[in-house]
Design a protein around this ligand. Structure first.
Ligand code: AMP
Ligand code: MG
Length: 514
């Protein structure tokens, strides 16, 4: 058993007044907060293996910890202040508006993990909102963060999902028709919840020594190899480089599985390159580089699937602007921004050839991938199902005509350009000819990189409706499937999105209302 501790509040200036009034806290980096009292809280789900890994000191069957109730005195919960660029504009101080830190704990691997409740009440950073979360959005955060973990994409995790027993008012469509929904809370876990915005806030306030302290602490805790590097290196440049590299790995993971975050503002970007703040996200279904699941993002499609790498580079530029204060080396930071682009495309190409079961990247592969993208989007082929079909097609050594286009396309069959698909398959077989690995090795590589099961928004939509009505059968089924995404689940879980969900609000498109 380990005890939770809150080193943040002793290391960094924290307002310990426990006053909840929403406010600017210019001299502080955080504020102590008491979670709300929810006498009717009830657990829905506990992540047993994560609970044991964290060696938590609380009984698992009580909602006390999942809903932040009856906390022992040694827990002094707090929220932190951060800033951010939202949809390209500086937003000033934001902060944990409905996330409250329980603190950190040493887990079985000897490492420290931070724990946060999300949805247990307002903080000084709630900016006129209520600090609550609804069941619908908490299910989405819970299931998708676990799904990403099992897919092998860097992410924060979910420890528990609980009903608060309280109803919460939300206007889902932002059309003046608010309705009550069930309130819920998740506990989420990560080595760190630090965001780009934490650094941006201190830089904007010109708090150079605090900024340096935060950077030193980040290096010491999460990038200790930097401290050991030879002393002529600028440790803050090394830190920025490490953040660039972690962000690339996360992005490449997103592109491998088709994840579209939907709100890649700098306050939603993790310093450790973890996928964080699951809101109006979506898994790519019909291939479309312009796909965005977020209604708020629709006008400009700033955070569309195909723009995520470019947007991360833009976000890193904002972080670099904060880091100039530390490194005093603007030009070196600029070079690291270029390095992001170079590294991303290198890693992206490597990832794509693995999805196709190829042994190495060839110089003309980028063009070949572009052709494939056109073929995919023009025929509205399902991103996930396409690769599984390709594996089966190769294994069965089938004819070109036998490639199952109708079951993986969202177009009516008469509009599918079968010649284009045929041509692509011919070029693929051609490309495979230069492969130096066996069919078996190639298929093994594909199966490791192409999931069978991705959590689709329509499945989450149905699951939320059922849980609202009191049945957790679908939640349990999805959780089981997402724990083994590379194994073939029950066939009904791998179908392309049924047509009736293509225009369903809260399913095909999501708002930020959560
Ligand atoms: P997001 O775009 O969802 O990451 O949220 C942006 C900011 O709004 C963050 O500072 C959140 O903490 C805050 N926020 C979002 N929803 C709520 C809510 N229901 N109550 C309080 N703060 C919120
Ligand atoms: Mg956020």
């Amino acid at each position: 058993m380990s005890q939770l501790s809150q080193p943040f509040i002793t290391k960094f200036p924290t307002d310990s007044s426990y006053i909840l009034t929403q406010r600017q806290t210019p001299e502080y980096m955080g504020a102590n907060v008491h979670p709300e009292i929810f006498p009717d809280a009830q657990n829905i789900w506990i992540n047993d293996s994560l609970w044991e890994f964290l060696q938590l000191e609380f009984p698992k069957d009580s909602p006390d910890f999942p809903a932040a109730q009856n906390l022992p005195k040694h827990i002094q919960p707090y929220a932190t202040a951060y800033a951010g660029h939202q949809f390209g504009n500086w937003a000033g101080q934001l902060g944990d508006g409905r996330a409250i830190y329980a603190g950190e704990i040493i887990a079985k691997d000897g490492e420290a993990y931070e724990l946060q409740w999300k949805g247990v009440g307002a903080t000084p950073y709630s900016r006129f909102a209520d600090g609550r979360a609804v069941l619908r959005s908490s299910i989405r955060e819970c299931l998708m963060s676990e799904a990403m973990f099992h897919l092998g994409v860097p992410t924060t995790r979910c420890l528990s999902l609980a009903l608060t027993g309280e109803n919460v008012l939300r206007d889902i469509m932002y059309d003046g028709h608010p309705a009550y929904e069930k309130g819920a809370a998740v506990v989420r876990v990560a080595p760190s919840f630090l965001r780009f915005g934490h650094f941006e806030l201190l830089a904007a306030r010109n708090q150079e020594s605090l900024l340096q302290k935060l950077a030193d602490d980040t290096i010491e805790r999460y990038f200790p190899e930097i401290t050991n590097r030879n002393s002529t290196n600028n440790p803050y440049l090394a830190l920025f480089k490490a953040i660039v590299e972690a962000s690339v790995e996360m992005l490449v993971g997103w592109y491998r599985v088709g994840f579209t975050h939907g709100v890649m503002n700098t306050d939603n970007c993790s310093i450790l390159g973890l996928t964080i703040d699951y809101g109006p996200y979506g898994m790519l279904e019909e291939y479309n580089l312009n796909y965005t699941p977020n209604t708020t993002d629709l006008p400009g499609r700033r955070y569309a699937f195909g723009r995520q790498a470019e947007m991360m580079q833009w976000n890193l530029l904002q972080l670099a602007n904060a880091f100039v204060l530390l490194t005093k080396e603007g030009q070196e930071l600029e070079k690291l921004l270029d390095y992001f682009g170079k590294l991303f495309w290198e890693r992206f190409d490597e990832m794509m050839v693995q999805k196709f079961g190829l042994d190495s990247v060839l110089s003309n592969d980028a063009e070949w991938v572009k052709n494939w993208q056109n073929m995919m989007s023009e025929n509205q082929l399902d991103f996930t199902l396409f690769f599984k079909a390709l594996e089966d097609w190769r294994e069965e050594n089938s004819s070109y005509e036998a490639f199952p286009v109708a079951s993986i396309s969202y177009l009516p069959e008469n509009l599918i350009n079968k010649n284009q698909i045929h041509d692509f398959l011919v070029s693929y077989m051609d490309r495979l000819n230069s492969n130096k690995i066996s069919l078996k090795e190639s298929l093994t590589m594909m199966r490791k990189n192409n999931p069978w099961f991705v959590l689709r928004n329509y499945q989450l939509f149905e699951c939320a409706k059922e849980l609202e009505a009191g049945s957790d059968a679908s939640f349990k089924e999805l959780m089981k499937a997402l724990e083994r995404p590379y194994d073939k689940p029950d066939p009904h879980l791998t179908l392309k999105r049924p047509a009736k969900y293509s225009d369903t609000p809260g399913c095909s498109m999501l708002s930020c209302s959560s």
